[in-house]
Every structure is written in C-alpha cells, then in structure tokens.
Design a binder for this molecule. Structure first.
Ligand SMILES: Nc1nc2c(ncn2[C@@H]2O[C@H](COP(=O)(O)OP(=O)(O)OP(=O)(O)O)[C@@H](O)[C@H]2O)c(=O)[nH]1
Ligand SMILES: [Mg+2]
Length: 447
C-alpha cells in the first residue's frame, strides 16, 4: 500500500519564480516518463532539462528541470523524481495535474516524510524536527529543530535506553548465577546505576516546560492601568502598528495576540484592556479576558509610566501574580529625571529607547535555562515526549520501590523493560498508526 505512487507540490502555491513537485513510489519513474519528454531514469541526482506535456496530444505545459533519486538513496527511500517547474498560479498545478493523470495520486499531508520513517530513513523525532524546522519563526527554534534533526535528542534518549538495558543486564547476571553467595554484582553497583539513570531521565523531563515553550512561543502578556502605553509598547515590540493607540483611556477593549521574536526566542505577545473598575459592560468583559490571559502567562509586563509612583492596586497586582513579571516604566521620553534604580526597565515606545534591554530580559526570563546555553542541550519539545518520558521515570521509580521492598528480581526487572519501551516510544522505534496519524496530521502536503 505504501509504495503506490504519490505526487505533490512541495513549495507553497502562489506567485514565485519556481516551484518543486515531488513524485515518490513504485511507479515514480513510469509516471514521470509519461509527462516529461525526454525522460531518462538512468543518471541519479543530476538536474536535466525536459519539457512537461499533457494528454495524448502532448500539449507543452512548461520547460522544466528534473532529477531522479532511485531507491533506496532518496528522501522517502523509494524511487523519487523531483521536478522543478516555473512558479505561479497556473503552471505548477497543470504539471501536477498531468502527473496525476499519468497514474500518481495526490499525497496526503506529511506522506513523503511518513514513508521516509517507514523505510527507516528517519526516526519519529527527526520527522517531528522537520515539521518544527518548517514552522520555525525564531532562530532558537531553528537551532533546536536542527539539533533534533541531527539526532541530538534521539542519541540522548538512545543513551538513556542503553543505560537501563545495562542495568537490566547487571540484574540478569545476578539471576543467572544465584548460587554465588552475595552474587558477582554488588547491590551498591545496581543502586548507583539506578540513581544515575533516574537523574538523567529526570533532567531531560525537566526540559519539557522550556522545550514546549520554545516550540509554541512564550505567552507574554502586557498589562497595566488604562493609558499607560501598553498598546504602544506592543506595537513597538512587534515592529508594526497592530493595536490601536489613542490618548483616551480604555482604548483597547479586547486582547490582541501576535507572534514576535525577542533575542532570537519566540513569543506570543498579548496586548490587553487596561485594568480598572469600569461600569462599561464591554470594557468589563475585556478586563475579564485580560485576567484569563494573565493566568496563563509565561511572563507579564506591568506597564507604569516612568517617574510615577506605583498605586496601591499596582502593588497588589504584582504581589498577586503567579507568573514572573517585569515592571516596565513607559513613556521614558516624557520623564526628565534619571531612574532611582539603575536596574529599572525604562522604555519609550515612541523613540525605541530601552527596547533591546527589555527584549533581552524577556528572553532571559521566559527561557531561563535555554537562554544561557549558546549551544542548546537537547530538550524535549512536545507533550508526546513528555508523557512517554514521565512514564519511563515512573517505571524506574517503581523498580526502585520493588527492589527496596525485596520483590523478586525477575518481577522487578519487568519495570525496567517497561522503562525501555517508554524511552523507545519517544524515539519512535515501534510506533502505532494512531500516534503516526496524530504526528503527521500537522504536516503540510508535499513534506
Ligand atoms: N511620549 C510618549 N507617549 C506615549 C508613549 N507610549 C504611549 N504614549 C501615549 O500614551 C497614550 C496611550 O497609549 P496607548 O498605547 O494607547 O496606551 P494603553 O495602555 O494601550 O491604553 P488603553 O488601551 O486605553 O488601556 C497615547 O496617547 C500614546 O501616544 C511613549 O513612549 N512616549
Ligand atoms: Mg491599549
């Protein structure tokens, strides 16, 4: 079933100089030969010129370049042809149509990568890394995705699995030679190995929060009393006029969310309605929405005009907040006196003063562990990874408890087996169709 021939546009549709069409499967060369004149499947990985034609009459559609990749040395591991056509709204679609008429079927989202996985060209973590790389908007996301694609995370997990297997081997050595009084393996050695691997799994699991935030963007909520310059700061951080700014308090009525990059890290910035008691129904609802965002925030920016002492409710707000917060002194250009506190974050959305320092502080606060490493250590970035790693850790804990309670070693080692399986699930050694469906659902066609 997997080897039927699929075709899809790999580049985004629309006006562009060129477009790339991929064909993969059992009859990829046959399909291409029916559309490309001339076609030669003999010389792999060489760009050749040809003409794409349609129908019995061989209507010319485009002058193209193509290259053939015979199995197994291709992205999918199957016979593949890549055809570069001119871009635009018409030509790529027509050439793709000719390939479908010649016997290919349209590829499902992520189907090329799914075949690569099935053929052992990549593991599941690498397939996810490809999706992350394509979706990346911030350099830190690119670094993590490239490292995962380079098997950084796979190797780390493989190493952990090997450690658990080594632990199991130590125990089975004991099982095989029970007659040797204290056994050839000192219990302390097993205990030490267990402590090490539990700590290592725990460390990797602890990267989940930063890793998932890295993939999704940290939620940064801009809050404060009306007219303190929240929307102006939001626009300045985005670099475009997204939110409406006026001198009337209560301008922003609803939360506005937009992606932004600060110091190479991804953020989801949210501008909110100013916090105050209001009789206006719409404004009150907007303030409720602000509070909901604040509850979910990874970091909060509380805007207070530079030079103005904090009012009671602003102090209460800072005390009551669950998330890390930065006090941002806005409209710095209007305040002549120097800040009393040299660490004060004083900005001017109008002039751009203080924005680089604010971006740096934001990145440091939201990505504390990641921002300090220039080269990212492998992090887990998805719920799928977190759930499986937590299972591995739970199995190791259960093993430790079983051992402490003097349970039969044969029984206790079943926990180690389960831990190995959980670690292999993250890498995707054997993966159920349902998991694959979920992973590839987010891919685009042609990937
Ligand atoms: N001089 C100066 N004025 C600013 C600065 N930032 C904002 N303002 C002015 O302050 C007023 C309020 O700005 P907004 O950005 O709309 O403030 P807000 O906090 O979003 O207000 P609400 O949405 O009503 O809560 C506007 O007249 C802005 O032009 C700044 O850095 N310098
Ligand atoms: Mg506003």
């Amino acid at each position: 079933m997997l080897s039927d021939t699929i075709a899809a546009l790999a580049t985004a549709p629309g006006r562009a100089a060129i477009a790339l069409i991929r064909v993969s499967g059992r009859d990829a060369f046959g399909v291409a030969a029916r559309v490309l004149r001339p076609f030669d499947g003999g010389q792999p990985r060489r760009a050749r010129r040809s003409q794409a034609v349609a129908g019995e009459a061989h209507d010319p559609l485009d002058d193209v370049l193509y290259a053939v990749f015979p199995a197994p040395a291709s992205y999918t591991g199957e016979d593949m042809v890549e055809i570069t056509t001119h871009g635009g709204l018409l030509v790529p679609g027509e050439v793709l149509g000719a390939l479908l008429a010649a016997g290919a079927r349209p590829a499902a989202p992520g189907e090329f990568t799914r075949r690569a996985l099935a053929n052992g060209k990549l593991d599941l973590l690498q397939a996810e890394a490809i999706a992350d790389l394509v979706d990346a908007t911030a350099p830190a996301q690119r670094r993590a995705a490239l490292q995962q694609l380079d098997r950084g995370l796979s190797a780390r997990l493989g190493g952990l699995r090997d450690e658990v297997l080594a632990l199991e081997a130590l125990l089975s050595y004991d099982l095989d030679f029970p007659e040797e009084d204290s056994g050839p393996v000192a219990p302390a050695r097993v205990d030490a190995a267990l402590v090490t691997v539990r700590a290592a799994v725990g460390d990797l699991l602890a990267t989940a929060a930063d890793g998932e935030r890295l993939r999704e963007g940290a939620l940064c909520v801009i809050a404060g009393r009306p007219n303190t310059g929240k929307s102006s700061l939001f626009n300045a951080l985005l670099g475009r006029e997204r939110a409406i700014v006026t001198d009337r308090p209560g301008t922003t009525r609803d939360a506005i969310e937009a992606p932004a990059t600060c110091d190479g890290f991804p953020f989801r910035l949210v501008d909110t309605a100013g916090l105050r008691d209001s009789d206006d129904l719409v404004e009150r609802l907007g303030i409720e929405v602000s509070w909901r965002y604040l509850a979910a925030a990874d970091v909060v920016l509380l805007c207070v005009e530079a030079g103005r002492p904090l009012v009671g409710e602003e102090r209460l707000f800072l005390d009551a907040l669950q998330s890390p917060a930065l006090l941002v002194r806005t409209k710095g250009d209007l305040e002549a006196s120097a800040p009393a506190d040299p660490a004060e974050l004083r900005v001017s959305a109008l002039r751009g003063d203080g924005l680089p320092a604010l971006r740096e502080r934001l990145a440091g606060l939201a990505f504390a562990t990641l921002a300090t490493h220039a080269d990212l250590a492998p992090v887990i970035t998805r719920e799928r990874h977190r759930v499986a790693l937590a299972r591995a850790l739970a199995e190791l804990e259960a093993f430790a408890a079983a051992r402490a309670s003097g349970l039969e070693p044969v029984v206790a080692t079943t926990y180690l087996r389960a831990a190995v399986t959980a670690l292999e699930d993250v890498i995707g050694v054997v993966t159920g169709e349902d998991v694959l469906d979920r992973v590839f659902a987010s891919f685009c066609v042609g990937k």
